[in-house]
Design a protein around this ligand. Sequence first.
Ligand SMILES: [Zn+2]
Length: 98
Amino acid sequence: MASNSSTATTKTASAKNSKKATATKTKPTSRAVVRLIEAGSMVDCIHCDTQVKFRARQRDQQVICNVYDKGVWKRVEHYHLDCYTEADKPYGKPAEKA
Ligand SMILES: [Zn+2]
């Protein structure tokens, strides 16, 4: 049995170059934003342990930080704007929000 082994290995180079490694696993990280202190604010600054108090006409600013640990949200921390700077910006430069 002369098997006609015509194994023409048709290498159809399948154009499957779909190896676009878009492995952008962007885990949420802690971030800080600057906000105006609103009337009725009842939070304490985590740095100086003093209330982040709204004062009419002062338009004081606070820094609100969403703290994540390994991509899991943990807590919100509040700072006076000055305290945040004093604390050496633990969560990076706070983003200004209009
Ligand atoms: Zn403070």
